[in-house]
Design a protein around this ligand. Structure first.
Ligand code: HEM
Ligand code: NAG
Ligand code: NAG
Length: 525
């Protein structure tokens, strides 16, 4: 070093720059090495006996983010085998405690409001997309009231009117969509299922004015809103990035479309519609305040977004699973012929109850492909874990992964097998769980009765105060779509095999890896 400093001229200047660079490099490497060593020593030497075991990781901050992110279900399974049902891993610097199995589902999803909090985690992501004063941008008690308004519009009478709307949308889609021209073909199905989902949901839940706008402006705007749901936005929601400015523009524009529609409806004074917007326009909070128009608009966005990803991913999986089992496609067709008549009359809400295999398709697909693999909660006060010596500190985040128990052989014989007939009573693969929820104790968090316990190993719609209100709607929508597809097409894998495509975990909701091609052939009727 000293030598170098004595030499003069451009070469030496270059050399000394190099040496500065290499000094910086050495310092950087040393910092990394020291922090890795400290991090590893810390894990080995300072195990806290009252905290769950920590998944080993080399780097602080990064922790297990990458192994978790690549395949969350595999990460959960491997670490459960190593550590048991409860363990902690580092997710982007945050100590994240996973508790799987029925007791874990109960501990997290039924956590008390003083202990666990969803809005602290989700608001960064959801508020810029949905808009202010709804869902996770308001106190929990207000969300409970908003869920009540939304859920109470999802009545049997409403569903009776929705099934023909959904069935017609599906039939119409297959008539018009260029991907389904002719007698047979191969199609990358997720894109089509996403469109069918948004057309059917918007038409039934939000009315025909809004549905018509999806042929024009709304499809692109919702796409821009969607881009706000990228996982990096947990941290970068505020950043002046191109997708964030498109998100903000889309949020304002879509909210205005809903608010204008509300005004038009008020001016026209119609009241005979069943849809949610009408119901919200006529709803009043317990404190006597009528639901303001901007909150109605933001709830309409939230409803469509909440349902879109989960239903669209599920309907894609249904098509892909059916393509892997053409025998089930034929059994479904036969079920409709037997139950409804060979002429297959227009589908009604009552018909769906006569099609148990068609219903089981949804159940079994959600068992293996629940679109929400991780449910997160902030810890608000130290939480002792019943039956253990652990106390979860407020510095941790809790993570519930219902998919782990839904694929546990203790409850589901041959768990990795997609076998919809397992949900019928006489199957050798019948789940070893209580499927009769009628006799369970119920509780009302403010939006109607739900099961009090969350000990079930099968909870694709969550549990507790944040439980899904869209379950019945999703079932009606998915069963109708499945029944209509089966009426129209025979489907199979393009190579005729029984294989299934892998899962894409890159966005918040898991979905099939694309291209996810299926072969379709129009039935001769
Ligand atoms: C297959 C379809 C669906 C699945 C698998 C699903 C799943 C879930 C899950 C797991 C939760 C709990 C989230 C948490 O605890 O953090 C949830 C909540 C919710 N879902 Fe769904 N959902 C589906 C469809 C829908 C539809 C169609 C709608 C609207 C019509 C909807 C609206 C909601 C709402 C409003 C919540 C409440 C959020 C909260 O209280 O924090 N979902 N859903
Ligand atoms: C939400 O964003 C803020 C920065 O605006 C960040 O400090 C915080 O950690 C984020 N919350 C979560 C749960 O990611
Ligand atoms: C609005 O509420 C009133 C009183 O609760 C009720 O009579 C009316 O039918 C409701 N209208 C709609 C569209 O729900």
């Amino acid at each position: 070093m000293g030598l170098l400093q004595d030499v003069t001229g451009p070469l030496s200047q270059h050399m000394s720059q190099l040496s500065t660079a290499s000094q910086v490099g050495v310092v950087a490497v040393s910092i990394v090495v020291v922090s890795v060593v400290l991090n590893v020593l810390n894990q080995i030497l300072f195990k806290k006996s009252n905290e769950p075991p920590v998944v080993f990781h080399w780097f602080p901050l990064i922790g297990s983010t990458i192994t978790y992110g690549m395949d969350p279900p595999r990460f959960f399974k491997e670490n459960r085998a190593k550590h048991g049902d409860i363990f902690t891993f580092i997710l982007l610097g945050k100590k994240t405690t996973v508790y799987v199995g029925p007791a874990g589902n109960e501990f997290i999803l039924n956590g008390k409001i003083k202990d666990v909090c969803a809005e602290d985690i989700y608001t960064n992501l959801t508020t810029p997309v949905f808009g202010k004063d709804v869902v996770y941008d308001c106190p929990n008690a207000k969300l409970m009231e908003q869920k009540k308004f939304m859920k109470f519009a999802l009545t049997t009478t409403a569903f009776q009117s929705y099934v023909p709307i959904i069935a017609n949308e599906v039939a119409d889609y297959f008539k018009k969509c260029p991907d389904f021209k002719g007698q047979s073909g191969i199609v990358n199905i997720p894109k089509n299922m996403a469109q069918i989902t948004i057309f059917t949901a918007s038409h039934s839940l939000q009315g025909s004015e809004i549905r018509r706008k999806f042929d024009e402006t709304l499809a692109d705007l919702y796409h821009d809103l969607d881009m706000g749901f990228t996982p990096v936005n947990f941290m970068l929601h505020w950043a002046p990035l191109p997708w964030n400015s498109r998100r903000d523009h889309a949020q304002r524009t879509v909210a205005k479309i809903y608010m204008d529609t509300i005004k038009e409806r008020r001016a026209a004074g119609e009241t005979d519609s069943q849809d949610i917007m009408w119901h919200l326009m006529n709803s009043t909070y317990k404190n006597g305040v009528k639901v303001p128009d901007h909150e109605i608009a933001h709830m309409m966005i939230a409803l469509l977004m909440a349902g879109q990803h989960s239903s669209s991913s599920t309907s894609s999986w249904i098509m892909l699973r059916l393509a892997s089992r053409p025998d089930i496609v034929e059994a479904l067709y036969q079920e409709q012929v037997d139950a409804l008549g060979a002429d297959l009359p227009p589908l009604s809400y009552e018909d769906l109850a006569k099609l148990p295999l068609n219903q089981a398709i949804i159940k079994e697909t959600l068992r293996l492909h629940a679109p929400i693999h991780s449910i997160l909660r902030a810890v608000k006060s130290p939480m002792p874990v019943p039956g253990t010596k652990y106390v979860i500190p407020t510095s941790h985040t809790l993570l519930s992964a219902g998919g782990v128990s839904a694929t546990d052989p203790t409850y589901f014989p041959e768990p990795d097998l997609w076998e919809p007939t397992r949900w019928s009573k006489d199957s050798p693969l019948t789940p070893r769980i209580n499927t009769n929820t009628e006799d369970e104790e119920k509780i009302d968090y403010g939006y109607g009765l739900v099961s009090k316990g969350a000990y079930s190993p099968y909870l694709p719609f969550g549990a507790g105060r944040h439980r899904c209100i869209g379950e019945q709607f999703a079932n009606v929508q998915l069963q109708t779509i499945t029944a209509m597809v089966v009426r129209e097409f025979k489907i199979r894998n393009p190579d005729g095999s029984n294989k299934v495509i892998g899962t894409d975990y890159a966005s918040l909701f898991s979905r099939p890896l694309e291209p996810a091609n299926i072969y379709w052939e129009r039935r001769q009727r």
